[in-house]
Each structure stands twice: as structure tokens, then as C-alpha cells.
Design a protein around this ligand. Structure first.
Ligand code: SAM
Ligand code: SF4
Ligand code: SF4
Length: 374
């Protein structure tokens, strides 16, 4: 049975407008309890994936007996679009589709078309992007672009086939992901970000080959970002000694390349940017473990079956599907969203690094990455 959550509405009715077809600007910027605006919405369109990356969906847990969500539990494209429109009325300017593997969701292009038609209150199109493991990208890049997708982020953890296949744990070859990246560039989905999760003792030896490859091969149209292996979820058996801190990674890169810091491209940007001193491209460092960026975290996450998570490390989400399917009006749902964001005080990484709240590090019931998206 669907779990129902009652969300108090009264406080926000007076200030959150109804947003059926024509979103109206808010009379003032919506901020959470720590003063952070709502800017980014990550939408997980499926909890399924054709990879079994050990840091995300370890094979031993996500085996043939694992029950994924039945189709009726998933938000429909219409429901996702309705929520996205309401989020836009509250300040969201960037939508990222994720998963699981988003390209496994059937007819995803149709959802992209629907989301691409949304405009901000002043009539501007949204920043619309997608994160993928790249396995289906070569086949789908043109259709995604035609539907209105602007950019893609591709995950790739190494250039050596043995290393990469061990990490994706389904024997998927590097060459096909590279073909996907090339197809996406050709289709006009650039500049492309490539995300590499670095795990000590597993793909550390891929740091330099990846840096060399992406700096020279695509004329600056691909930005490689190194991500610290995170303690997200409760199934990956995370250990701190498997994290390669960004400072250490930078020092290793520094032995071969001269790098200079760049300023952040946007407030709330997760990656610290560094440029190659010779002007040939840049890299990003996402230090989710060693340098908490909760202070300007402006991201909300919508799970596959319509739960709102205000932090990647949350233990539970807020059931928006119950509101959608319970006949609530846009006014009511918009008010509920505003109320939820207004009360948000999550700052898990900050608490963990300052160790003010050791309980925050408990993995009990913590949401899984493939279900909520990165
Ligand atoms: N399947 C798609 C993909 O892999 O790009 C989209 C979903 S995946 C959950 C989104 C991002 O989260 C990927 O870049 C992945 O590498 C990253 N990720 C997953 N588990 C992680 C972990 N434990 N630590 C750091 N990044 C992680
Ligand atoms: Fe799948 Fe992406 Fe998770 Fe890897 S990181 S298992 S590709 S959802
Ligand atoms: Fe945002 Fe939560 Fe990550 Fe902090 S821990 S940056 S609040 S998602």
C-alpha cells in the first residue's frame, strides 16, 4: 500500500502561487532553513541499471532476486513534468535526469521534449541535462539532442578494459563508452563532463591515463571530473581508506601537469575547477568526502517513485506521488514543496567532517545512489 505523508500546507499558501501552465515568479527568493536557494532538481527516472558498479549497485546485493520497482510505482512522464513545472515556479533552473541508468527508461525522449518545453517565469528555457553510464549513448545521442537535451555527463572510471570491466562488473568495454562520448559530441551535446569515481587500489592507476586522454582527444570539449568515493547508501561497504582525497589526486596530477585554479562556474557548483596552464582544457575535483560543500547545496532530488529527498544522505523522502495521485491541486502541491524546502536543514557532509554528530555517519536505512541518482 502507498505510504501517505501529510504535509502541512497553511504556512505557505499565502506565498506560493498556483502553477498550472504559466508559472509566476515568487515574491522573493525561496530559501531553506540555512538560507540556501532551490536551484537544481535531479530526477531519477528508473531504479534499474545494466551496470553493477561496486560502489553503487554491488552485484551481491543487486542480484537476480532483487526486486526493482514495478512500472505502476514509477512517476509517469506527465507526473514528472507537472512536478518539474512546480519546482521551476519555486526557483529551480536546472534539471538533471539520472537513475539508475536513465537511458533504460523507455521513450525517455518524450519526457525530454516535455521538460524542454518548460520556461522559467521570465520565459527562459531551463538548463536540461542527463547523467549516463554511456552504454546506450552512441545509439541515442541524436534523438536526445533532437528532443531538446542540452548536455550530458558520462561516467567512466578508467581507460583500461580490465579495470573498467571490473568496476562496472558486467564486462562492459571502454570502447563503447568512448563511442557514446563521440556520438554525443557529434550530436551537439557538448561540452561533456566525464565523471570518474576514484577508489584506492582499484582504479588509481587510471588517473593519469584518463587525464592525458581527455585533455588531448576532444579539443577541450570534454571536462574530466574526479569524484571522491562517497559513503552514500548502505550496501557498498564504504571505507575511508578507499577514498583518494582530492588533494592527493591533485598532487599526483601536479607531477605531470601544471595546473592553476579557476573560479567556480556557478554558485553551488560541486566541482573545484583547475585549468591546465598551457590552456589545453580543465579538470574538476568533486571532494564530497574531504571538503563538504553543504554550505551552498541547492539541490533537490526526486526519486523514481516520486519521493523528494533534500539530501543525498537522507534516510527518508517525502511522498509527492501521494499528493499527485491524491487529487491535490497545483496550489497545494506547490505550497507543500515550498514548505518542505523552507524547513530543510540537511548538511550531512559538514556534520560528518566536523564530527559534531557522529550519528550522522550511521548507514541505517540511508537511501541508495542508484535509486535517487547522483
Ligand atoms: N547510471 C548513471 C551513471 O552512472 O552515470 C547515472 C546514475 S549514477 C548513480 C550517477 C553518478 O553517481 C555517477 O557518476 C556515479 O559514478 C556516481 N556514484 C555512484 N555511487 C557513487 C559513490 N559511492 N561515490 C561517488 N560517486 C558515486
Ligand atoms: Fe549503474 Fe550508474 Fe550506479 Fe554504475 S553508478 S551501477 S552505472 S546507476
Ligand atoms: Fe547537499 Fe546533503 Fe551533500 Fe551536504 S551532504 S552537499 S546537504 S546533498
Amino acid at each position: 500500500m502507498t505510504e501517505r505523508v501529510t504535509i502541512p500546507l497553511t504556512d505557505w499558501r499565502s506565498i506560493v502561487p498556483a502553477v498550472p501552465a504559466h508559472p509566476q515568479p515568487l515574491p522573493g527568493l525561496l530559501a531553506d532553513a540555512l538560507g540556501r536557494p532551490l536551484h537544481d532538481l535531479r530526477i531519477s527516472v528508473t531504479d534499474r541499471c545494466n551496470f553493477r558498479c561496486s560502489y553503487c549497485m554491488p552485484k551481491e546485493v543487486f542480484d537476480k532476486y532483487h526486486e526493482f520497482l514495478p512500472h505502476a510505482e514509477l512517476l509517469s512522464f506527465e507526473e514528472i513534468t507537472r512536478l518539474a513545472r512546480l519546482f521551476v515556479s519555486l526557483g529551480v533552473r536546472k534539471l538533471r535526469l539520472t537513475g539508475g541508468e536513465p537511458l533504460l527508461r523507455r521513450h525517455l525522449e518524450r519526457l525530454i521534449e516535455m521538460l524542454a518545453a518548460i520556461r522559467t517565469p521570465d520565459g527562459t528555457p531551463l538548463d536540461l541535462t542527463l547523467t549516463t553510464n554511456g552504454s546506450l549513448l552512441a545509439r541515442k545521442a541524436r534523438a536526445l539532442k533532437a528532443a531538446g537535451l542540452q548536455r550530458v555527463t558520462v561516467s567512466l572510471d578508467g581507460l583500461d578494459d580490465a579495470v573498467f570491466q571490473r568496476m562496472n562488473d558486467v564486462g562492459f568495454p571502454v570502447a563503447e563508452v568512448l563511442q557514446g562520448i563521440e556520438a554525443a559530441l557529434e550530436a551537439g551535446l557538448g561540452p561533456i563532463k566525464v565523471n570518474m569515481v576514484v577508489k584506492r587500489g582499484v582504479n588509481e592507476d587510471q588517473i593519469l591515463p584518463m587525464a592525458r586522454h581527455f585533455r588531448t582527444q576532444y579539443g577541450g570539449r570534454v571536462v574530466l571530473r574526479f569524484i571522491e568515493y562517497m559513503d552514500v547508501g548502505a550496501t557498498n561497504g564504504w571505507r575511508m581508506d578507499e577514498v583518494v582525497p582530492s588533494r592527493e589526486l591533485l598532487a599526483r596530477l601536479g607531477r605531470e601537469f601544471e595546473l592553476k585554479p579557476l573560479s567556480a562556474s556557478a554558485p553551488g557548483e560541486t566541482a573545484e575547477r583547475w585549468a591546465y596552464a598551457d590552456g589545453r582544457g580543465e579538470i574538476g575535483l568533486i571532494s564530497s568526502v574531504t571538503q563538504a560543500f553543504c554550505g551552498d547545496c541547492n539541490r533537490a532530488r526526486l526519486s523514481t517513485e516520486g519521493k523528494l529527498y533534500t539530501c543525498l544522505f537522507a534516510h527518508s523522502g517525502h511522498d509527492l506521488r501521494a499528493l499527485l495521485r491524491g487529487g491535490r491541486t497545483d496550489l497545494e502541491i506547490g505550497a507543500a514543496l515550498g514548505g518542505l524546502w523552507g524547513r530543510r536543514s540537511d548538511r550531512y557532509s559538514q556534520l560528518r567532517s566536523s564530527q559534531q554528530d557522529p550519528a550522522a555517519a550511521s548507514t541505517e536505512r540511508r537511501v541508495e545512489m542508484h535509486y535517487i541518482g547522483g
